[in-house]
Design a protein around this ligand. Structure first.
Ligand code: ADP
Ligand code: MG
Length: 377
């Protein structure tokens, strides 16, 4: 069991450096989806109720160490103020005199948002000098940026190491991610059904190999299924096939892993392209999911962005929602698909970090989690 330090162990009130993932989708300066901001409100409420001044830091997009207006966190500041019904102060640079001065003069319960961490190359370089500058802004460190925990970046890795070990913790969001992802990796109940789809196998090989060892059933869909079917020697027409992964797919099918690996029995085809799982597969997969006690789902079953090829993904989303099971969904497009299905509130846990959740499932150590670990059992 991985256990992380939680905010109840911090000497509060204290000035908090709160690392969040406000990497929200933007349409110009408009926030298309504020879920990532909303999800931090619980931790923020507790910190503010305890009388902590809170300095909030995040990345947004990939400005690559340069100040770029389109990656400014200013639009986030406005939305956060609205959601908190409170003033959110602003520092136009995450380090330097302005940030230090504003952080120092915060009163209990007041909030300061720093400009994008990635405007400094030191963030992604896990630079010590940059981490020292951030360290000057607060007395305790709280991390809720699960989606960034698989990256050894300064605000995730170097910075918490500068604090005494009783002054760092994971926030409520991070604690919940660890709790539910461990229900998956520790397989607390069976049957455990894993559902994997999405565009390609590449990039998902390690989690896939981990899941065929852990789960009882692995249901494959999406573009990923095409590659498995091709590995069995079936011609897939012009469909998306990840040629570099045919060998791995074949090995997974031939291997003596624990899980039964199930491939689609039929597809929805358009112009020689397999773009969704077919109706027989839908009902077969739904039946497997209905019998599960744990479900982990990553990757849509088809090109759900187009209505004509969304049916398989929606059918599976319904089955996951209706299952009498602990259900965990992770992955950028998977989460989007579940939200558009209308079943999101019937999923036990929707992971906020696509890449991070897959690395966690694959058994990899996430730097941002490792640094917060306490004596594990
Ligand atoms: P996630 O973001 O949930 O991890 P991926 O990024 O791996 O998922 O894949 C999502 C994409 O896969 C979607 O945009 C979807 O259109 C695409 N996709 C799913 N099935 C197919 C298919 N059969 N052919 C081509 N693309 C597909
Ligand atoms: Mg994706």
């Amino acid at each position: 069991m991985i256990r992380i330090k939680t905010i109840d162990h911090l000497p509060l009130p204290a000035r908090v450096f709160y690392r969040v993932d406000y990497n929200v989708p933007l349409e110009g300066a408009r926030i298309a989806d504020a879920t990532r901001i909303e999800e931090t409100l619980r931790t923020l409420r507790i910190l503010r109720e305890k009388g902590c001044p809170v300095v909030i830091a995040s990345h947004l997009g990939r400005p690559k160490g340069e100040r770029k207006a389109k990656y400014s966190l200013e639009p986030v500041r406005a939305r956060l103020a609205e959601l908190l019904s409170a003033d959110v102060q602003w520092a136009s640079d995450c380090i330097g005199d302005e940030a230090r001065q504003k952080a120092n003069s915060l009163l209990p319960g007041q909030v300061l948002l720093l400009e994008n961490l990635r405007f400094h190359a030191g963030e992604e370089a896990n630079d010590d000098a940059f981490a020292h500058e951030l360290h000057e802004l607060a007395d305790v460190y709280v991390n809720d940026a699960f989606g960034a925990c698989h990256r050894a970046h300064a605000s995730i890795d170097a910075l918490p190491r500068l604090f005494p070990s009783d002054r760092i913790a994971g926030g409520l969001l991070l604690a919940r991610e660890i709790e539910f992802l461990q229900k998956v990796t520790n397989v607390t109940e069976r049957p455990f059904v894993a559902l994997l789809g999405g565009a390609k196998i590449a990039g998902k090989i390690e989690p896939l190999e981990a899941l065929v060892r852990l789960a009882d059933t692995v249901l494959i869909g999406g573009g990923m299924a095409n590659t498995f079917v091709a590995a069995k020697g079936v011609a897939m027409g012009a469909s998306l096939v990840d040629k570099g992964s045919i060998d791995v797919a074949g090995r997974i099918l031939d291997g003596n892993a624990r899980a039964e690996v199930v491939l689609p029995a039929d597809f929805v085809v358009d112009n020689m392209l397999a773009l969704d799982i077919g109706p027989r597969t839908e009902s077969e997969y739904a039946a497997k999911i209905a019998g599960a006690r744990i479900v982990f789902w990553n990757g849509p079953m088809g090109v759900f962005e187009k209505e004509a090829f969304a049916k398989g993904t929606m059918a599976v989303a319904r089955a996951v929602a209706e299952a009498d099971a602990t259900t965990v969904v992770g992955g950028g497009e998977s989460v989007e698909a579940v939200k558009s299905s209308g079943f999101a509130d019937r999923i036990t846990h929707i992971s906020t970090g696509g890449g991070a959740s897959l690395e966690f499932i694959a058994g990899e150590a996430l730097p941002g989690v490792e640094v917060l670990r306490t004596g594990d059992q």
